[in-house]
Write a protein that binds this ligand. Structure first.
Ligand SMILES: C[S@@+](CC[C@H](N)C(=O)[O-])C[C@H]1O[C@@H](n2cnc3c(N)ncnc32)[C@H](O)[C@@H]1O
Length: 249
């Protein structure tokens, strides 16, 4: 599928070197027969050090490295925590979280992943196939972790349309759903991590985040491509609101 160019030697029928900017060395074969956008995607994958690291370490997704980088900078996953991962397939975040919370040693640790798609099992984790908005989903999570969660994280993404405004709205819609979910299941002082788009959250969403959390940060981990509008929101110190009078009636 791919070949490695020898340094310093011109390659390809054009005689041009395949070594491009940033030390790129690999190019897909049959370039002319493919559309240029898919060529660019394949070329980027072949030369992406994080894709290579993903394969080398047996991680299920490149996204796993993003979580690890966010966590390295602002550690929030600790042994024996109860963690919920929204949009967990194929399971890269679950792999990282299960190590950080010492899931295999148990001692109170719990990990639940939810996705529309099937996810291969992760030892000790409960995986639920379904939409996070299904009415019984919150109850299922409470049941699985036997109480409230220390961390709710969401890497949920909708299939992109290529239409910027639509994609932005969809991602921010999922962020809002993830926040609703987190408010229902987090325990006091809990942490919420979620994928967002650059430009961050809308003011109303930021207001809700600030109301419910002590600290809200926007983070762009190095593995999140610079040209991508993707960013992450890390909100710590969950403050459950006292029930409203109307809720008590
Ligand atoms: C970028 S992937 C997650 C990758 C994952 N963090 C990993 O490391 O393997 C986004 C996932 O969100 C899921 N998703 C999108 N909307 C969802 C919803 N309403 N309920 C559950 N999962 C959803 C998609 O099915 C998709 O698998």
């Amino acid at each position: 599928m791919a070949r490695q160019a020898k340094p310093g030697k011109p390659k390809g029928s054009s005689g041009r070197s395949y070594r491009g900017h940033a030390g790129l060395t690999m190019r897909p074969r049959n370039m002319r027969s493919r559309k240029s956008s898919s060529n660019r995607w394949i070329e980027r994958q072949l030369n992406d050090p994080y894709v290579q690291e993903t394969h080398k370490r047996g991680l299920r997704s490149r996204a796993a490295i993003k979580l690890e980088q966010i966590e390295d900078k602002f550690p929030f996953l600790r042994p024996h925590m109860r963690v919920v991962d929204l949009g967990c397939a194929p399971g890269g975040w679950l792999q990282i979280a299960s190590q950080k919370i010492h899931l295999n040693k148990n001692k109170g640790a719990a990990l639940v992943g939810i996705d529309l798609l099937e996810t291969d099992p992760i030892g000790g984790a409960e995986i639920i196939v379904g939409d996070i908005t299904e009415p019984e989903m919150i109850e299922k999570v409470h049941h699985a972790i036997e109480g409230r969660a220390d961390v709710v994280m969401s890497d949920m993404a909708a299939a992109t349309t290529g239409h910027r405004a639509t994609d932005h709205l969809r991602t921010m819609g999922l962020l809002e759903l993830a926040l609703d979910f987190a408010i229902e299941v987090l325990s006091e002082d809990g942490t919420f991590l979620a994928k967002a788009f650059r430009g961050g959250a809308e003011k109303s969403l930021m207001d809700r985040l600030n109301l419910h959390f002590e600290k809200v940060r926007h983070i762009k981990p190095p593995a999140s491509r610079a040209e991508s509008v993707e960013t992450y929101i890390l909100a710590t110190g969950f403050k459950p609101l006292p029930p409203q009078e109307s809720d008590q009636e």
